[in-house]
Write a protein that binds this ligand. Sequence first.
Ligand SMILES: [Cu+2]
Length: 454
Amino acid sequence: MTILNRRRFLQTGLALAAATQIPRLVLADTSSDDLDYQLIVEPADIGLIEGTSTPAWCFNGGFPAPVIRARQNKPVRIEVVNRLAEPTTIHWHGLRIRNDMDGVPFLCQKPIQPGDTFVYEFTPPDAGTFWYHPHMNSIEQLGKGLVGILIVDEEQDPGFDLDLALAMKNWHVTPDGAFTVLSKPREAARMGTPGRLMTINGEQNPHYQVPAGGAVRLRFANVDNTLTYELNCSDPEVQILAIDGNPLAEPRPLAGYLIGPGMRLDLGLMAPESLGEQVHFTHRDKPLLSLISAEGDARAQRLPRLPMNPIPPPDLDNAETLSFAFEWDASINPVNENGEMHPVFWTINRVAWQGMSDGHIPPPLARLERGKTYIFSLENATQYHHPIHLHGHTFTILDSDSRQIDSYQSDTALLGKYERIRVAFVADNPGRWMYHCHVVDHMKTGLMGYVEVV
Ligand SMILES: [Cu+2]
């Protein structure tokens, strides 16, 4: 058995494992003090299906993208080099950082032009599982592979024996590895255009070795454009430790949890004691990945607990409620400056997002007073799921009109069919913050806007 040392895993672990297609033991990296990264955004041929090649767009020439590891309350500096033939920006999903580092073109920064570089520098206040992706031409840039996991390590190592980052993506490719159409209007008007090749870290149903009897942390991140995963596990003892980056006060059972696009789930489990025993994860009836108990260094006696993040508690007694209705309306199909029809299907409070450009930024959906608590009442007036994401803030999910929700903290609220969910947060981060559905087909056909904190 190969045991990679911690630093070597950070640099090569996932790429090496993907290339050799063998079961592997990967160790947690919680000791890194090298917090500077360079991300090169570039076209690269990758092998998703054996014997074929897919003309993807990648970070640093491969998939999965480098797992960025930052540390809570420590600055991190990431240089982005754009080697695409079109502009891009990078957004750090779920991080409560300064507005000018949030990576939204025109609203927060100028687009990074082909050949140009931009340095992002921020200090994450919260520990947990986050992710990064462009915020331009999202159907194509995310759909072709520009998605990566960002981990913010706790100030004190919680003490897992193994820590696995798991990027969930359903690729729009044929059996020959060629891309199919990433977005079809007919599908964009419904649940979004689904991919066909279900992968974890770019592999179909991978098998990972875990240290027998060890405490394992699994960081699932749904980096897909469209699909909501329904996650189940063969081990009934598996626990949800954190949702969307934020630890729970008490762990919860997994029980078919729904992970919408943009969302994350940290699970904890004790690996089986007997060598060779397997644990399986599925999406509905489809296999996602398996764990195999192997010899390894298992020191933890039980599942470690995670410290809560310092999210400011909402002041519900003095909160202002704002209502947002997410609706379907295909009657508006504006023509762009080139005379092309741009399909629009979705609206927020009857307004469809028309996009931004240099010198043209539409008005905000709401202006929020800095320091004040807001309750957003999110109403899904459609039969399709919408994972509604707010940038720059972490909200508390309060309740739903159609199911029991135990309150938790999140940046993305998954609205089910005709469901209304209320979320609350302190508008403490000044700037203009995107507020949109994370089904990329929906956000690109109207379901997007922003709020301004002043
Ligand atoms: Cu949506």
